[in-house]
Structures are given as C-alpha cells and as structure tokens.
Design a protein around this ligand. Structure first.
Ligand SMILES: [Zn+2]
Length: 506
C-alpha cells in the first residue's frame, strides 16, 4: 500500500513513520488520492464534487473524540442505524428442526438392556444369552490345544522334577536322560535355570503329551536343544556359547577404607576378603596403607556372548604405596600367592595377628605400668576391642594353651626350625594342646587376662629360645619358584598387568 502524504481537504494525512509513532485512535486511514482508480467517470464538476464528498465522509467515527460535534452525532446515528438493522434482521432467524428417535417400547428397552455396559461396573455380564436349541450337541470331552508352549524353571528337583511338573511323560524322560548323557544330567541343573518346553498333540487325555521341543542353558558354556524330528524321534543338539575368559582388572585409590573402595569398584565380598588376606601376609595392613595408595586387583572372569558374567577367583593382589609396593599372583594348584621374585608370600609370619588392630607398643625396653619399673618388652602389643579374633601368625603345633600367670590365658605355637610364637592376655582360647593350626587360623579372642591394663594382644616371637622383634623375622622356609616355572610365572604376571583396567580410578 502506498502511504505517501498527499494533502487533501478534510483528510488526515499520514506517513508510514507517523503510523508507527502516533498514539492509536488519532489517525484515520489515509485514502487513495485519485478517483479514476475506482473507475468513476469525471463527466461533470458537480457530480465529481458530490462523489468526492461521499468518498471523504468518515463513516468510522471515534465516539470518544470531540463528543457533541456534528461529526460525533453523525457517527452516533450511523451506529444506531447499524444496531437497529442488526436487531431487525436477527429477530427473524428461523429455528432449526432436527429429527429425534421416538422413545423405546418396553420390549425394545428390555432387548437393549443387554447392550449396556453400565452393569459391568458392578461385575455383571452383559450380552444376550442364547438358549441351546435343537442344533446344539453336547461334546463328550472338551477339545485340547494341539500344542502347549511352556516356560518353567529348574527347582530343587533338578531338571527331571521341572519336566515332570510341566507334564512330560516317563517314556520321554527316559529318552531325554539317554540323550543328555555326557552333556548334562537329568537330576542336575542349576536351580532357577529357565526351560522352554513345547508339548505336542496326544491321542487321548489318558496319556501325557509328547515332548516336541526343549531348550535350556545346561551350563555357563553351552545350551542344549532337544527336538522331535520328522521321524518322531527326539534328537539332542548341544550349542556351545562363546565365552570371553579375559580376567577383570580393577584398580582404584584406597581412600578412607581399602575394603570399601574395593567393594565400591564392584568386587564381591569373598574376593575382597581373599585380597585382604593375601595382602596381610605381605604387609602390615593396619600401618602401611595410606589414603592415596593405589590398589590393583585382578579376578578371573567369564563373560558369555549371551551377556551373563561370572566372577571366579582372585588372581592378582597389588598395592602401590610408593614405599613397599606389593605385587602378588596366584600360581600353581595349591592356590598360593607369590611375589614377583618367585617367593611364596606365606613364608613369613602374619604381621598383624589380630584383625583390625593397631600396634600399641613395640619391641624393646619399656616402662611397665603395673610393675612400676622399666624392663625388656619381649614382644609387641596390639590394641583391639575385647573379643576380636586372634590369628595364628604361621602354621604350627599348639604347645601351650591355658593359664600362664601374668600372661593370663596364653597360647604358644611351635612352628619348627626353632621358632615359637606366644599370644597372651586372651579372653578365650580356641585351640587345644597338641593341635595343628594353619596360618591365619583363629586361635582365640583378645582379652585382658593376667597382668594387663586393658584389652590387647601381647605377642612374642622366639627364635632358638630367645625373644626377637617380630618385624625382623623373615624366613620360615616357604615355597620358592625357580627356573622355567619362574619365567612362566613372570610372563603371566606381565600379561595380567597389561589388561585394561575397570574400576574407580583407571
Ligand atoms: Zn606386651
């Protein structure tokens, strides 16, 4: 639209800029300037003037502006005329007539009652009940499905129990038992294993349905499928499942608690316990582990292509603290762990023979609080809560288990080669005289019996009749790998340590 300003008599003129800036209601729409655009012939000046006046007449008057003026009254009259016209026309609008169904007769209403859904809310059935007529015949027995597909789970009764419950007959069970020979057994099967069973058509209800198909996971590595062929005979198919045997390597930072950090990295409790036990042979768990230390745990792990995983045993136990790094790997059939040097880790004494204890007093000259004078402290003390288990620091024979005067309840173990250990002030003793104990076995509980100021373990190590500092004791003649075996051991350790790590801190 053209909005150029062209001045004409009585007309308000505006430009596009005025339109944007001026307040609303003050500006009339500009009009087209020339009559010829509307096709009116300019045959006479009077006619032309009248036409121009009509054209210039402002029909849309703002009734809020210049109230009482001639222009206002004209606008008011126009509005009244329009309202009157609308009322005059509107009063003659004819009403619409729509057809409505006639009300139902009582018999029709009764019939329609069956089609309602409202009684459903009250548990009622709806729909028309058709009484039996002469065409209807009663069946001798209800027809059966030609095939039954079931899924079941192996329970305490093994595979056989589950199949029997599903309705597999004795004859079929016998055949299956024969087929499974060498693959799996009918009595076995891991509880919870899912079975897919298909039973076929039978001649009468008196006989069990024949087994058409059975599939289940016989073990982690394979799936078994038994299928009835076209010849009517069952045949077995053993489907191996691909397994990835790559061990799982988990590393992370110790933080507040090594056990918690290892558990948080996704390792099961028994693996963490084994890790802590092996670590305990190699170092003083209570004193030599810091928050910033890095643990490294490698576990045998199997992952089936179907997605299941299975965690096996601890393969490698490592702890990097920058001072006395521990690097142990399982080797051989005995399950023993070895240092990188090929030394068996269990050849030394357990450094802390009390679970979760701290050493409260060392070896050497000490002032004795109860006796009141300084004397040689022939062992080390571990403070721990009363009742905490005490472990044999090495395998050996019990040579004393009973009351030992100032020692209170005491146990002495003979480890051979002139070495003995003594455990004093016990609350209770868990071994008998002459009994063989293995390293790490519980022999009693921490107490405060005898000359003792509070619950603690007084622990002594004797070599050839003389007390020695337990921390100085190194050799008990443990296992040692050598030659080609040691080469293989080191190769395997290097391979394990190269595995990509999963876990909290790379
Ligand atoms: Zn002591």
């Amino acid at each position: 639209m053209e909005l150029t300003a062209i001045r004409r008599e009585g007309a308000t003129v505006a430009t596009a800029a005025d339109f944007a800036l001026a307040p609303a209601g003050r500006i009339s729409l500009p009009r087209a300037p020339q009559l010829p655009r509307f096709g009116l012939p300019l045959s006479g000046t009077a006619l032309a003037r009248t036409a121009a006046q009509i054209y210039d007449t402002d029909l849309v008057v703002d009734l809020g502006d210049a109230i009482g003026s001639g222009r206002w009254w004209r606008g008011f009259g126009t509005l009244g005329l329009l309202i009157g016209t609308a009322l005059a026309l509107g009063s003659h609008t004819p009403s619409l007539v729509a057809p409505a169904p006639p009300p139902l007769s009582p018999s029709k209403l009764e019939e329609a009652r069956f089609d309602r859904i409202s009684p459903l809310a009250f548990g009622s059935v709806t729909g028309r009940q058709v009484p039996a007529n002469a065409m209807v015949r009663r069946l001798a027995e209800t027809p059966e499905r030609p095939r039954v597909e079931l899924s079941a789970n192996i329970g305490s009764g093994g595979l056989e129990g589950a199949l029997r419950r599903a309705g597999v007959g004795r004859d079929d069970l016998e055949v299956i038992s024969g087929l499974l020979r060498g693959i799996s057994s009918l009595s076995g099967g891991k509880p919870g294993t899912g079975l897919n069973i298909v039973l076929g058509r039978r001649e009468s209800k008196a006989v069990p349905r024949p087994l058409e198909f059975l599939s289940y996971r016989a073990s982690f590595e394979n799936k078994v499928e038994i299928k009835r062929g076209a010849d009517g005979q069952l045949a077995v198919k053993n489907i191996p499942i691909r397994i990835d045997n790559t061990p799982l390597r988990v590393t992370g930072e110790v933080g507040g608690s090594l056990q918690r950090a290892a558990r948080a990295a996704g390792l099961p409790a028994n693996i963490v316990a084994e890790y802590m036990r092996q670590l305990g042979y190699a170092m003083d768990i209570q004193r030599d582990i810091g928050k910033r230390d890095k643990f490294e745990i490698i576990v045998s792990h199997r992952r089936a292509e179907t997605g299941e995983t299975e965690m096996g045993q601890l393969l490698y136990a490592g702890l990097m603290n920058g001072r006395s790094n521990v690097s142990l790997m399982r080797w051989g059939n005995s399950g023993e762990f070895f240092w990188q040097t090929g030394e068996g880790v269990r050849k030394g004494l357990i450094r802390t023979p009390v679970q979760g204890a701290r050493q409260s007093s060392g070896f050497g000259m000490r002032f004795h609080p109860l006796l009141g004078y300084s004397r040689m402290h022939q062992g080390v003390d571990f403070a721990a809560r009363a009742g905490t288990p005490i472990l044999a620091s090495a395998g050996g024979r019990v040579v004393l288990a009973g009351w030992g005067g100032g020692y209170g309840n005491v146990v002495v173990l003979d480890h051979g080669k002139g070495m003995r250990t003594r455990y004093a002030h016990m609350q209770s003793i868990g071994v008998r005289n002459g009994q063989q104990v293995s390293q790490g076995q519980q022999i009693g509980r921490v107490g405060s019996t005898g000359l003792s100021t509070g619950p603690h373990l007084h622990y002594e190590v004797w070599m050839n009749g003389k007390p020695v500092d337990p921390r100085s004791v190194k050799l008990l003649g443990g296992s040692q790998l050598g030659g080609a075996d040691l080469q293989k051991f080191r190769g395997e350790m290097a391979r394990l340590k190269k595995l990509p790590a999963a876990g909290s801190a790379g």
